[in-house]
Design a protein around this ligand. Structure first.
Ligand code: SAH
Length: 233
């Protein structure tokens, strides 16, 4: 059983986007994951297939209608246990922990918002879990959905060549990753640290661990154990 992604969007042509390339693209071609897009426009009303309308109570912008969104969601062929997500800046912040959970499951339905957002009633009536990719506002949910999918797909069996590189990344250890170096061993007067050329793997591991801890303490102290904010879920 491979991971099945179903996307509800006004812009199906934005998918698979960058996920049609490189390892994710090969995974898609080889069936490690599948993609179905549901074009929200097809569920619109009238000659112009309108899916949005003015906000109740007044104010700027347009809001996606609950009836059109629900019809689009209901048209999708979904596995029972598939989570239904709505990309939303109000949602729970996307974490590597949640990404792992999704990657272990059958797939996900992902609704991409546009304009001012979606009518609150459809979130409730279709049990949509709101997920945010960060504290900033995008013009639509498509880039957010592609971000979430990218993070999930690279964890799927058979997608990344080197399984190990999936488990040693930033966040997987609870820390930001240590610095990397490669050839040439001296460049613009800057040398690769001697320890990395020592061949002493225990010492190298200890050095990397120390560097990771220093970096995390400096840049993201909130990730360290004992702080109130738990970003690993
Ligand atoms: N008026 C809304 C923002 C709407 S942006 C507010 O202030 O909360 C339009 C759409 O883009 C949203 O419905 C959502 O689907 C998507 N989007 C924007 N920023 C996002 C983010 N940080 N994470 C996930 N989705 C986002």
């Amino acid at each position: 059983m491979s991971f099945a992604a179903t996307i509800v969007t006004l812009y199906p042509e934005m998918f698979p986007g960058h996920l049609g390339h490189s390892l994710a693209g090969r995974g898609l071609a080889e069936g490690a994951w599948s993609l179905q897009t549901v074009h929200l426009r097809q569920f619109g009303h009238g000659k112009h297939r309108a899916v949005d309308d003015t906000p109740a109570g007044g104010g700027a912008g347009m809001v996606l209608r609950p009836d059109c969104l629900a019809a689009a969601i209901d048209s999708a062929d979904l596995h029972n246990e598939m989570p239904r997500l709505l990309m939303s800046p109000r949602g729970k912040p996307l974490t590597q922990g949640f990404v792992r959970e999704l990657a272990a499951g059958p797939g996900a339905l992902i609704v991409c918002g546009r304009f001012e957002g979606v009518d609150e009633r459809v979130i409730e009536a279709r049990n949509l879990i709101e997920v945010s990719v960060g504290d900033y506002i995008l013009s639509g949910g498509e880039a957010a959905a592609l971000t979430l999918l990218d993070a999930v797909i690279r964890l799927l069996p058979g997608v990344m060549g080197n399984e190990e590189s999936g488990t040693e990344e930033s966040f997987e250890t609870g820390l930001l990753e240590h610095p990397h170096y490669t050839k040439p061993s001296e460049w613009e007067g800057l040398a690769v640290p001697d320890i990395l050329k020592s061949g002493n793997h225990a010492a190298i591991d200890a050095w990397r661990r120390r560097e990771a801890e220093k970096l995390t303490a400096d840049r993201r102290p909130d990730l360290l154990p004992g702080t109130d904010l738990d970003h690993t879920e």
